[in-house]
Write a protein that binds this ligand. Structure first.
Ligand code: ACO
Length: 428
């Protein structure tokens, strides 16, 4: 017999089914709760709420485990290939030679954006945050590709996914060029995914940017480590917008907006600001950690803590190794990396952080890596968005294919006025 939990309300008993995932996590299925009891659940921030069943990514926050379609993320470290992982996430298995070649070709062939869309970049002020441009331009893609506005055609998934994954890097690079007042560089069909992006960012009409293998591997790995993280704020946003049957471009544009916030993807910028602040001598690492512990200071140790990871963030572990390797191979030194190491050492020995299970998260080391490969700080969260895109697409597609998906529409407990008469305070 199926397992249930018993709920007692007003002297009556209700039996709620338990569901179990493939890794043994259990949940109380409350689908019938309101219909049967008149009650709803209250869970601000959804920390205890499973919004869906998903076969894409598995996280065990206590053990520090992150797997894409069953594969532990550490296994991508030696031969990082973002395009291969993007396919894995979206289509549920690693691509074979033929699938990989076809998808790569589609990425190459669709890298350009419509010329008239290109003019839109001039309409933004030079100081416009690239995340704002990215969100607006991804949304604008739905104007230029009406053929992909339908959401119920699984045969189109490969084509629309390739377009979006390819064009996001063109849009990102153009947003950056706009902020620097530089001419746009068209994508080069000879280059692979990551190198083509760096070419559009950094080549000049009179000088080609040459990308070495170390940089290429580091950026591929960084994108892979950001590629999915189950029901995080931006992915849940994509799913929520997609649940109204909004098209993929629009749904992912909303994901970019959610990612922008400093408590989510924007944290990698805040980490660098914090490290620079300390480096410029405005505070010692010890003083900064002390302030981060004072609730009234309004400061937090940025890049520390995570809603799900309560042991360590496996992405941070790989990124720390990547940072050390990158600096060694590049024969570079960055004082901000020394400060990051010091902050980590102090925090991990401090009972405040130990008791609250606060460990470095993915953002703690990603900024120093991006700095080392020459990415400007205002593009950090944009890089995160490029990385997270395959995850958003995978979740959007999974939801559309699900027979049980419904429009997302949470409820609330109303705490406002009781019924009140309208008596206008305006004269006349
Ligand atoms: N520095 C100092 N104290 C912290 C920190 C931190 N970075 N993070 C959490 N705490 C404290 C809180 O003040 C709280 O203390 P209390 O119990 O005494 O009130 C306790 O730890 C629990 O914190 P919550 O905010 O309840 O944890 P939550 O799961 O809601 O938030 C979050 C997680 C937003 C990531 C938080 O740890 C944080 O703000 N970290 C800094 C920002 C950051 O690095 N964000 C990137 C997250 S990863 C990502 O989105 C890709």
């Amino acid at each position: 017999m199926a397992e249930t939990v018993t709920l007692q309300v007003d002297g009556k008993e209700y039996h709620l089914p338990l569901v179990q995932g493939t890794e043994g996590e259990r949940a109380i299925d409350i689908t019938r709760l309101r219909a049967e009891t008149g009650l709803i659940t209250l869970d601000p921030g959804y920390a205890n709420t499973g919004s869906c069943e998903s076969a894409i990514t598995y996280i065990d926050g206590e053990q520090g485990i992150l797997r894409y379609r069953g594969i532990p993320i550490e296994q991508f470290e030696n031969h990082p290939n973002f395009v291969e992982v993007a396919w894995l996430l979206i289509f549920g298995k690693l691509p074979d030679q033929q699938e990989y070649a076809r998808f790569s070709e589609a990425l190459t062939n669709t890298a350009n954006i419509d010329e008239s869309m290109k003019h839109n970049f001039q309409g933004f002020p030079r100081s416009a945050p690239p995340m704002a441009i990215l969100s607006a331009m991804i949304n604008a893609l739905s104007c230029f590709h009406p053929e992909f506005r339908k959401v119920d055609d699984p045969d189109q998934l490969e084509a629309v996914a390739a377009r979006l994954i390819s064009k996001i890097r063109t849009i990102a690079a153009y947003a950056y060029r706009r902020s620097r007042g530089k001419p746009v560089m068209y994508p080069d069909p000879k280059l692979r995914y990551v190198t083509n992006f760096l070419h559009m960012m950094f080549s000049q009409p009179y000088e080609e940017y040459i990308c070495d293998d170390i940089t290429q591997d580091a950026l591929n790995l960084l994108l892979i480590l950001h590629a999915d993280h189950e029901q995080n704020c931006s992915t849940s946003t994509v799913r929520m917008v997609g649940s109204s049957q909004a098209n993929l471009f629009t749904s992912c544009a909303s994901g970019v907006s959610a990612l922008w916030g400093p408590l989510h993807g924007g944290a990698n910028v805040q980490v660098i600001d914090m490290l620079k602040h300390i480096h410029e001598g405005q505070m010692t690492p010890e003083e900064y950690v002390r302030r981060a512990k004072e609730k009234t200071s309004g400061e937090r140790l940025m890049g520390f803590g995570h809603r799900v990871y309560k042991n360590f963030d496996p992405r941070a572990v790989v990124l720390q190794r990547t940072a050390e390797r990158l600096f060694r191979k590049m024969n570079k030194h960055d004082p901000l990396l020394d400060i990051a190491r010091k902050l980590e050492e102090i925090a991990l020995a401090d009972s405040y952080f130990v008791e609250r299970k606060l460990y470095p998260n993915v953002d703690f080391y990603s900024g120093v890596i991006l700095r080392a490969i020459g990415i400007p700080v205002n593009m950090f969260t944009v890089i995160f968005a490029i990385g997270r895109l395959p995850g958003w697409i995978a979740h959007w597609a999974e939801q559309n294919a699900s027979s049980t998906a419904r429009i997302s529409r949470p409820r609330q407990i109303y705490t406002g006025n009781p019924e009140t008469r309208y008596v206008s305070l305006l004269k006349g």
